[in-house]
Design a protein around this ligand. Structure first.
Ligand code: MTE
Length: 399
């Protein structure tokens, strides 16, 4: 395959054929790693072949800042390291297709079946996106930042855009990163340079960054228009094929993540053994919100949603927040956006085994600080994205 140069972990589960590489870890393995995901188990979403960049070529990697700017720039990674203050921050990335498998079971979408492990967290080292754009002196008409990667795909280079005022707002934490968890990016994750957009769907975080184009309108890149959208639910795969007008409607583009959660333990369809079970079973999982909003509650139901119990939440991200400023993995830890939550949190709840035996299935839902609550019902759409209804696992007991 074209990716012969890329090392990969055998534990990762392939979601598409041999190429391109799209994988998630088994949920239990991902969860057991804790707050930070190792690069080996970090989910991968590649639309095509991974650009090959040798170690000795990394510092010479060059990207441009062009479009509606007074001073177009060409910047190498070497320049970035020399001229800007590096920051290091924990950020969770989530693919908009996370949990799509459940949608495909209801009605086939145009996307492949992600389980609930299309989510991972790393400490990212890089510089604020806004700092770079500022140096190019954007025109007053500038409203969007288009980004383009080096991966050449059937419909051109991978590209998308975000709003200019978001990119310029330090509280939104958008960055250009060259390290994850203290080491140079791995090839699958954008080596040597990528964009990281916190709180938004992973599809906006362009890997192998080659171009920042400042524009008046949103990106006209094929992948911006025909990917990462939630079209109205009545649009069928057949109809969508003849409706460029609907695809091009920027209102259906998705940015902030929606509230979501999943149960890691017990696993779906796991058989619990009664004999060695303690009197309580500790149900555990993750939750995340979008746009920097904190998850304010996680609730578990054993009676199909009639009543709910409050789970305990561990916000591991806050440990970094409390560290104010320190040297971390070669960058200054900077939580200047410290009021925001850009990472997943973990929750747990002890449930008497006797109750589990009666219930047979466990439901979880999360709510964020704006009271965005996970819905009971699924919102199906043709690309199968942002799936976030109550998460359910079924357990059985061996006698
Ligand atoms: N950037 C480029 N250049 N090419 C891609 O295929 N995939 C996007 C985004 N950036 C993609 C890209 C999508 S859909 C996601 S979810 C994230 O990268 C995944 O990042 P990861 O593979 O590092 O987890």
């Amino acid at each position: 395959t074209p990716d012969a140069h890329v090392p990969r972990d055998a534990r990762l589960i392939r979601l598409t054929g041999v190429h391109p590489f799209n994988v998630e870890a088994p949920l239990s393995a991902l969860f057991n790693e804790g707050f930070l995901t190792s690069p080996e188990l970090f989910y991968v979403r590649n639309h095509g072949a991974v650009p090959e960049v040798k170690d000795e070529e990394c510092l010479d990697w060059e990207f441009s800042v062009e479009g509606l700017v007074e001073k177009p720039l060409k910047i190498t990674l070497r320049d970035l390291l020399k001229e800007y203050n590096a920051i290091t921050v924990p950020i969770t990335l989530v693919c908009a297709g996370n949990r799509r498998k459940e949608q495909n079971q209801v009605r086939k979408t145009k996307g492949f079946s992600w389980g609930p492990a299309g989510v991972s967290t790393a400490l990212w080292t890089g510089i604020a996106l806004g700092e770079v754009i500022k140096r190019a002196n954007p025109h007053r008409r500038a409203r969007y930042v288009c980004m383009e990667g080096a991966d050449k795909l059937p419909n051109g280079y991978y590209g998308t855009s975000v709003k200019m005022n978001w990119a310029m707002d330090p509280n939104r934490g958008m960055m250009l990163a060259w390290k994850m968890n203290g080491e140079m990016l791995r090839p699958d994750h954008g080596k040597p340079l990528r964009v990281v957009i916190p709180g938004q769907i992973g599809g906006r975080s362009v890997k192998w960054l080659k171009k920042l184009i400042i524009t008046e309108g949103p990106s006209d890149n094929w992948y911006h228009i025909y990917d990462n959208r939630v079209l109205p639910t009545m649009i069928s795969p057949e109809e969508s094929a003849n409706r460029p007008d609907i695809w091009e409607d920027e209102r259906y583009a998705i940015y902030d993540l929606n509230t979501n959660s999943a149960i890691a333990y017990p696993a779906h369809d796991e058989q619990l053994s009664v004999a060695c079970a303690p009197s309580n079973y500790r149900v555990k999982g993750y939750a995340y919100g979008g746009g920097g909003r904190r998850i304010t509650r996680v609730e578990v139901s054993l009676d199909k949603g009639k009543s709910w119990q409050l789970a305990n939440i561990d916000y591991a991200e806050d440990k970094y927040r409390d560290a104010t400023e320190q040297d971390l993995y070669g960058g200054r830890l900077d939580m200047s956006w410290r009021e925001s939550c850009f990472c997943w949190c973990f929750w747990e709840l002890d449930i008497p085994v006797d109750e589990l035996k009666v219930a047979k299935d466990i439901l979880v839902r999360a709510m964020d600080e704006s009271m965005n609550l996970q819905p009971r019902d699924m919102y199906w759409s043709v690309l199968g994205m942002m799936n976030n209804p109550w998460y359910r696992v079924v357990v059985t007991f061996e006698n």
